[in-house]
Design a protein around this ligand. Structure first.
Ligand SMILES: [Zn+2]
Length: 280
C-alpha cells in the first residue's frame, strides 16, 4: 500500500515550512526592491569657496567637474572673501560664473567674509577656529542678531552681483551654532549644513557625513587621500552622500585624480541630486 502524506507527517511539515520561508523571502525581496526604487541613494556635489579671490582655481574646478559629467552642482558663493573680493567689484567674474551655470545647479550662500572676527566663546571654539580652519570659522561664534544681519547682507550682495537668490547656507568650515541655524531659518533659507548633517529649516536633521579633502600640508593631503579611499566606498550606502570640493584641491594633481575617482564611482552608484530633492 502506498504511503499517503498527511498534514501531521514530518516530511509534509518540512515542505510547508520551506514554502513559507520561500514566500517570505520573496516578499522581503520585493519590498527591498520597492524601497530602493522609492528611496534611491542620492549624492550631493558642492564646490566651496566660489570667489573672485580664487578665480582661476574655481573655473579649473568647474571645467573638471563638468568634464566628469556633473550637471547638478551646488556652488557655494562667498559675498566678500576676506574683505577683499566683494562680488560687486568683479562683474567679469560674475558674468563668467553665470555663463557657467547649468539649469540643475544651485547657488548657496557661503559665509560673508569667510574669516572669523567674533571672539571665540570658549577654548574649544578657539581651538577649532585656529587649528582646524586657519581662522575661517566665521559663523562659529556669531550671536543671532549679528548672524541674521550678515546673512541678510550676503543675500543682498548675491542678488545684486549675480541676480540669484540662494536656497541654503553653508557656514565656512561648516562651523556654526544653534543661534546661527535659527537665523538661517528666519532669513528664509531652506537649510544649512555641517560636516555630519544637513539641517532643514523645518524638519529633522539628515545624517549625511561629507567627504572632503585637505590640502594645507602634505601630511594632511596624504591623510585625506587615504581616508577618502575608504569613505568614498562607505558613504554611498547612506540615503544621502555629500562630497565637498574646494578650489584649493586643484593645486594638487593627486587630489584632482582622487576627485575624479570619487565622482565617477558615485555617479555609477547614486543619483546626483539637488538639495531640495533630499529635503522633501
Ligand atoms: Zn569655505
Amino acid at each position: 500500500m502506498l504511503h499517503t502524506p498527511r498534514r501531521h507527517d514530518p516530511q509534509v511539515r518540512i515542505n510547508t515550512v520551506h514554502k513559507q520561508d520561500f514566500r517570505l523571502a520573496r516578499i522581503l525581496h520585493e519590498r527591498r526592491s520597492m524601497a530602493t526604487v522609492l528611496a534611491p541613494q542620492r549624492a550631493l556635489y558642492s564646490l566651496h569657496d566660489v570667489t573672485p579671490a580664487k578665480e582661476a582655481l574655481v573655473f579649473a574646478a568647474l571645467d573638471h567637474l563638468r568634464s566628469l559629467g556633473l550637471t547638478r552642482l551646488a556652488l557655494l558663493v562667498v559675498p566678500d572673501f576676506h574683505g577683499r573680493a566683494d562680488l560687486r567689484a568683479f562683474p567679469a567674474f560674475c558674468a563668467q560664473l553665470r555663463r557657467a551655470l547649468l539649469p540643475g545647479d544651485e547657488i548657496l550662500l557661503h559665509g560673508y567674509y569667510h574669516l572669523a572676527d567674533a571672539q571665540p566663546q570658549n577654548a574649544g571654539h578657539k581651538l577649532a577656529s585656529t587649528f582646524l580652519t586657519a581662522g575661517e570659522g566665521e559663523f562659529l561664534d556669531l550671536r543671532y542678531e549679528v548672524a541674521r544681519q550678515r546673512l541678510s547682507d550676503g543675500l543682498n550682495v548675491l542678488q545684486e552681483a549675480l541676480d540669484v537668490r540662494p536656497t541654503g547656507f553653508v557656514a565656512p568650515a561648516w562651523l556654526q551654532n544653534a543661534e546661527v541655524r535659527r537665523a538661517v531659518a528666519d532669513a528664509g533659507l531652506a537649510f544649512c549644513e555641517d560636516q555630519l548633517r544637513i539641517w532643514p529649516s523645518h524638519g529633522a536633521p539628515i545624517l549625511s557625513p561629507a567627504l572632503s579633502f585637505a590640502s594645507r600640508t602634505p601630511v594632511r593631503l596624504w591623510g585625506s587621500l587615504a581616508a577618502a579611499e575608504f569613505t568614498s566606498r562607505a558613504l554611498p550606502r547612506l540615503p544621502v552622500s555629500r562630497v565637498a570640493i574646494h578650489p584649493n584641491d586643484y593645486r594638487s594633481p593627486h587630489l584632482r585624480t582622487a576627485i575624479a575617482r570619487v565622482v565617477t564611482r558615485w555617479q555609477a552608484q547614486t543619483i546626483s541630486s539637488r538639495y531640495e530633492e533630499v529635503l522633501s
